[in-house]
Design a protein around this ligand. Structure first.
Ligand SMILES: Nc1ncnc2c1ncn2[C@@H]1O[C@H](COP(=O)(O)OP(=O)(O)OP(=O)(O)O)[C@@H](O)[C@H]1O
Ligand SMILES: [Mg+2]
Length: 395
């Protein structure tokens, strides 16, 4: 049994960076010098005491048919002491199947509302983060972003655990797409940080940013295919653009990906000859050709009928499973992390391992899907069941 100690994600928590102990980050050039304690996972209280092999085992044991992961009492106690909380506030938990790995019955100190906003507006934000049992591939740390007078991200603390299919859910206009743009360095925070595998995106030099973007596969709403290229060339495009691979190798990769998404027989078609669902699958195939560590889907199901939405959800899960197997087999440094933004609650229920609910620029609650679906927070309950009655209204 592996030992694991996870605290709530909050701006002022203490603790060790999981990567520092997990993958020997003291020698890891990915950890840039100006990443101080406040700017690391430690600032959010996540502690994982594992070597790479142990981490691998732990991840296996945290998998859906899962094992049992215990908190490390001494580390947990010291973190609570730092936070000035009573020992009785923490509770050890055990796996009960699903992706749930432990239960922490404590909340980090509740941050105040953003400047100029009443407490009342944030009354549903418990900021509770149920532990995922894994380090985060992407972390937002106290991130603020405004456009003129529109304050979109207002002290966002959010993580996408490595090796999981995460969802970001939230009402329209809350900044979900803005989050994706921060992850790939298309937008920079006004304040706070966004880390990808421990590296601060806003502090990256241009060359590093260019390399870092290769970690990502992106799938936009309509697949964003080039209208003047056939399906094959669309999927081959990133390989021809970013690698030195010869055409034989390109063909192997493209055909493998097209087979995976069920489009091998349509390779000569132009995008306008494809249905909406086919275009999305084509976009998915293209997003995967560079073997990304992190795949981002911004509303992949918009405009699809319920059956095709369900099939796309299955495809996402299937491909994630295949990529997990491959990453383990090849002993890759990082496990594949998927992040899906959707308004489709059924998709979230079917596909998500981990759910972040974003509202008013902050996380209301986040955690493994099972914990979130059992949340007692009225806002989360209403949102995840898609009901009209509840704290969330049209305004
Ligand atoms: N580059 C930009 N300049 C100005 N305002 C922007 C910019 N990008 C986003 N916004 C604003 O930020 C807010 C959040 O946008 P975002 O697209 O992230 O919302 P969303 O949560 O993805 O919504 P939806 O679910 O409708 O896609 C919106 O009000 C949008 O107009
Ligand atoms: Mg959006």
């Amino acid at each position: 049994m592996k030992r694991l100690n996870i605290g709530g994600r909050g701006p002022k928590n203490g603790g060790d960076n999981p990567r520092e102990s997990g993958v020997g980050a003291e020698n890891d050039p990915r950890n840039i010098g100006d990443q101080n304690e406040e700017n690391s996972a430690s600032a959010r209280g996540a502690e994982v005491e594992l070597s790479p092999q142990e981490r691998e085992e732990q991840i296996k044991s945290a998998a859906p048919d899962g094992g049992e992961i215990q908190q490390t009492p001494s580390m947990e106690q010291s973190r609570r002491e730092e936070e000035g909380q009573s020992e009785s506030a923490a509770q050890e938990g055990e796996s009960s199947g699903g992706s749930r790995v432990s239960v922490v019955d404590e909340s980090p100190p509740r941050p105040g509302p953003p400047n100029g906003v009443s407490d009342d507006e944030y009354k549903w934000h418990t900021y509770k983060v149920y532990p995922s049992g894994r380090p985060d591939a992407v972390e937002f740390i106290d991130t603020y972003k405004s456009f003129g007078r529109s304050h979109i991200l207002r002290g966002l603390n959010m993580g996408l655990p490595e090796g999981m299919v995460s969802m970001i859910l939230g009402p329209s206009g809350t900044g979900k797409s803005v989050c994706i743009k921060h992850m790939v360095g298309l937008l920079y925070p006004d304040k706070g940080d966004c880390l990808v595998h421990g590296q601060s995106v806003p502090n990256m030099a241009d060359d590093d940013l260019f390399d870092m973007r290769k970690k990502f596969g992106l799938l936009f709403q309509d697949g964003a295919l080039f209208g003047s290229m056939n399906l094959y060339d669309n999927v081959a495009f990133p390989l021809r653009q970013h690698t030195e691979k010869g055409e034989d190798e390109v063909e192997d990769i493209v055909m493998r990906r097209l087979n995976e998404v069920g489009l091998a027989s349509a390779l000569g078609k132009m995008p306008n000859e494809l249905s909406g669902g086919m275009r999305k699958r084509a976009g998915f195939a293209r997003a995967l050709v560079l073997e990304p560590d992190i795949v981002l889907f911004d509303e992949p199901d918009s405009g699809l009928d319920p059956v095709r939405t369900a099939l796309l959800g299955e495809l996402i899960l299937e491909i994630h499973r295949d990529m997990m197997d491959e990453a383990k087999e090849k002993q890759k440094e990082h496990l594949p992390t998927f992040c899906v933004i959707t308004h489709d609650i059924m998709s979230a229920r079917r596909v998500a391992d981990y759910i972040n609910v974003l509202w008013k620029g902050r996380i209301v609650e986040a955690g493994p899907a099972e914990d979130m679906l059992n949340s007692e927070n009225p806002f989360i309950r209403q949102f995840l069941s898609g009901e009209s009655q509840g704290p969330l209204t049209m305004d």
